[in-house]
Design a protein around this ligand. Structure first.
Ligand SMILES: [Mg+2]
Length: 237
């Protein structure tokens, strides 16, 4: 990868653990409404509600909590007792209080790239929650800029690249979502490194293979260092 000047990192499940907390919360939600609906159906109802609400609420714990409450209303035909709502609020609050667990090699990779590149964090999610997680993570000092985005489509990345005052071919995005971190960046003329995480939210999955000169895949985040140095012939996907 030549020319790269700015490296943007996704945060959730790229820098730190996130999706397992949502899986845990979904299980707790199913347990909460188990008298009304079997687990699989309750999970589907919640997922459907979340997806319907994305254009209104965006990504993050607050939207997830409102979706749980709405799903409870649907599941119980608006007759459910209020303690179910109380339970949903508690599940949401629990996610907000989770500790930050950095993923393997994150800290040393950021440290090693800092100075040679401008490092940026580019994430979706609730503003306050992501700021809190960044603070707890201790990683803030590595980043030149933090971008908390409502969405991650091609236009959003074009705007970010312009804002960062770099050319598209000087921009590299590193993330765990093919749909949000990789495809739109390639479409915007940037480069992208996919670092898969073992759990991916259904909504972030895509069903086709990516073939692109500016696309790379690694197993762990520190492998982007040799890629940037041009030792990428074998790693290119
Ligand atoms: Mg992510």
């Amino acid at each position: 990868m030549k020319n790269i000047k700015v490296i943007a990192f996704d945060a959730d499940d790229t820098l730190w653990v996130n999706e397992p907390y949502f899986r845990e919360a979904e299980d707790k939600f199913c347990e909460l409404v188990k008298d009304y609906l079997p687990k699989e159906e309750a999970n589907q109802e919640l997922f459907k509600t979340e997806i319907n609400n994305l254009p209104l609420y965006g990504y993050g714990v607050k939207g997830f909590t409102l979706s749980m409450i709405e799903a409870i209303m649907n599941i119980t035909d608006k007759k459910g007792p209020l303690h179910l709502v109380e339970g949903a609020l508690a599940i949401g609050r629990e996610i907000l209080g989770k500790p930050i667990e950095l993923l393997e090699n994150v800290e040393k990779t950021l440290k090693s790239l800092n100075g040679d590149y401008r490092l940026v964090m580019a994430t979706k999610g609730d503003l306050l929650d992501q700021e809190r997680k960044l603070l707890k993570s201790g990683l803030a000092r590595h980043f030149h800029h933090i971008e908390i985005m409502s969405n991650k489509n091609k236009e959003d990345f074009q705007k970010l690249i312009r804002h960062l005052d770099c050319a598209p071919d000087e921009f590299l995005m590193v993330g765990n979502s093919l749909r949000s971190d990789i495809l739109p960046v390639l479409q915007a003329g940037g480069s992208a490194v996919y670092v898969p995480y073992h759990i991916t939210w259904e909504h972030e999955k895509i069903d086709h293979h990516i073939e692109h000169d500016n696309f790379h895949q690694v197993d762990t985040i520190n492998e982007i260092i040799p890629l940037l140095k041009g030792e990428d012939c074998l790693s290119r996907n």
